[in-house]
Design a protein around this ligand. Structure first.
Ligand code: FES
Length: 225
């Protein structure tokens, strides 16, 4: 039987099994997470969590589905953090770098404090990402921010009150839409679909039940790369 250790969730003490994740511990304590819980695999960023350890002055952060409990930790999950997100229409964009700078001018208020780097649970170089965005270097922003899970923690700490993850997401979208050429086979396949080459197969799929579709999906060929 696992050792039990105390943690505090929303100020209330719970005895939880040692070695489990914060998310597992909270659910083990009888809470049902309706918000602040998504993929459970460290990908969706829904479970951004702040905590303190007794005797340590630092605020620590992590993803609740990935971070293991420690004795005495005082935990709060941040299921949502208010964030500014600019709406944009790719069709009107002629200069993607300039468009990003116009959409998020607050990026030039960055103080270089590095709080975003320190809080990122993915260990991304958030400050560098913003510096590249300021320079209009969208390929670099896309590359550096590729593993962002948009948990919101950088926005919670930014002294300039910007939302780094939305800036990076806009940069990735602008880059892939306006600067990256898609692979040839995508165009070929789209043309084939438009010409009706796959109509028979698509009709056959539409007639299948959900169970049959699930079975087909589970048994599909998986390309290894
Ligand atoms: S639940 Fe998706 S990252 Fe934790």
């Amino acid at each position: 039987m696992a050792n039990l250790i105390p943690i505090y969730y929303l100020g209330k003490k719970h005895m939880v099994p040692e070695g489990v994740t914060i998310m597992g511990a909270i659910e083990n304590s009888g809470h049902r997470l309706v918000r602040g819980c998504g993929c459970r695999g460290g990908f969706c960023g829904a479970c951004a969590t702040v905590f303190r350890i007794p005797g340590d002055h630092q605020i620590k952060v992590g993803l609740a589905c990935q971070t293991r409990v420690e004795a005495g930790m005082d935990v709060a999950i941040l299921p949502y953090y208010p964030a500014q997100k600019v709406l944009y229409d790719f069709k009107t964009v002629t200069d993607p770098a300039r468009a990003l700078q116009t959409m998020y001018p607050e990026m030039y208020r960055c103080l270089g404090c590095s709080a975003c780097n320190k809080i990122c649970p993915q260990d991304l170089p958030v400050m560098d990402i913003i510096a590249e965005a300021q320079r209009g270097n969208l390929p670099a922003v896309a590359e550096l921010s590729f593993d962002c899970v948009m948990c919101g923690l950088c926005a919670s700490r930014c002294l300039a009150q910007m939302v780094p993850y939305n800036i990076a997401m806009a940069a990735r979208r602008l880059y892939s839409h306006s600067m990256l050429l898609g692979p040839d086979y995508v165009g070929v396949r789209i043309r084939e679909i438009e010409q009706g080459v796959y109509d028979r197969q698509i009709d056959a799929l539409l007639e299948k039940s959900q169970e049959e579709l699930q079975k087909l999906y589970a048994e599909r060929d998986i390309e290894c790369i």
